[in-house]
Design a protein around this ligand. Structure first.
Ligand SMILES: [Fe+2]
Length: 231
C-alpha cells in the first residue's frame, strides 16, 4: 500500500504514543465542541469524528515524511504557549511534543513573498500522512501576527477550522476566540485576517473524496471563484 508521495511503513499508530495522543486530542476537540445548534455543523463534526475513530480503531499506518520547516514556524512556540492556557490546551501541548517532526508546506507554486513568510500548514492525518487516512485530512495552519490570508474556496471539500490560539476573522464577519469552530461548505469563499499582536494557530479538517483530497488543485481567487489545496 502506498500514498502518492510516501511509502507506507509497517509502523502502526499504536507504536507511536505521541501521534496516537495527537489524534485522540483532535477527536476530543470534534467530540466536545458545541455545534451551536446547527445540524449542518453537528453532521460535519460527527463525520470528522467517525473518520478519526476509524483510524484509531484499526490502528492505522504511519508514513515517514522528512520534517520540513517554514519561516512562520518561528511563531509556533508562542502560539503553543498561548494555546496551552486556552480551551484546546491539551492539543497545544501534544503538538509541542511532535513539533520537530512536522512537515510544513505552503501549497502554492506561486505566492506573494510576504505571505510565504507569514503562513504555512502541516498535515497530521490524510493521504500524505504522517498518519494515513483516505477520507479525511486533518492539519494545522499557522499565521504570523497581522497576516491577511487571501480569499479562496475548496470545490467538493467541506472544511472546518477550530482555533487553538490567537484572534482571527473570516470574511470580516466576527472575531473568533480560541475554541471557535467555523465551517466552510464546498465552494464557500473565505478570507482570513489575524490580529496584530499574536500568531494564530488553527486546526482544520477536510472531508471529501480520496481523489479530491489527493489533488485539490489550487489558486487564490483574486476576485474570481477558484479552488485551493491549502487550508
Ligand atoms: Fe480554507
Amino acid at each position: 500500500m502506498r500514498s502518492d508521495n510516501h511509502p507506507i511503513t509497517s509502523r502502526r499508530l499504536s507504536e507511536d504514543a505521541d501521534m496516537t495522543y495527537l489524534l485522540r486530542d483532535v477527536d476530543e476537540v470534534y467530540r466536545r465542541s458545541s455545534a451551536g445548534g446547527s445540524k449542518v455543523i453537528r453532521s460535519h463534526q460527527r463525520r470528522v469524528r467517525e473518520s478519526v475513530s476509524r483510524v484509531l480503531e484499526c490502528d492505522g499506518y504511519l508514513l515517514n515524511p522528512e520534517p520540513v520547516g517554514k519561516p512562520v514556524v518561528n511563531h509556533l512556540p508562542r502560539a503553543l504557549e498561548l494555546g496551552a492556557s486556552g480551551p484546546l490546551a491539551q492539543l497545544a501541548r501534544t503538538v509541542g511534543r511532535i513539533a520537530a517532526r512536522l512537515v510544513w508546506a505552503h501549497g502554492y507554486d506561486k505566492m506573494p513573498r510576504s505571505l510565504a513568510r507569514r503562513y504555512a500548514f502541516t498535515e497530521i492525518l490524510g493521504p500524505s500522512g504522517p498518519i494515513f487516512s483516505e477520507n479525511v485530512i486533518i492539519g494545522l495552519v499557522l499565521f504570523a501576527p497581522g497576516t491577511v490570508y487571501p480569499q479562496h474556496s475548496h470545490q467538493q471539500i467541506e472544511e472546518s477550522y477550530v482555533s487553538v490560539a490567537g484572534a482571527w476573522s473570516e470574511n470580516d464577519a466576527a472575531v473568533y476566540a480560541p475554541g471557535s469552530l467555523i465551517l466552510n461548505r464546498p465552494g464557500d469563499l473565505h478570507r482570513i485576517t489575524v490580529g496584530d499582536r499574536d500568531p494564530c494557530l488553527l486546526v482544520y479538517a477536510w472531508l471529501g473524496t480520496l481523489e479530491r483530497l489527493r489533488q485539490p488543485e489550487m489558486v487564490f481567487t483574486r476576485g474570481r471563484r477558484g479552488e485551493a489545496s491549502i487550508p
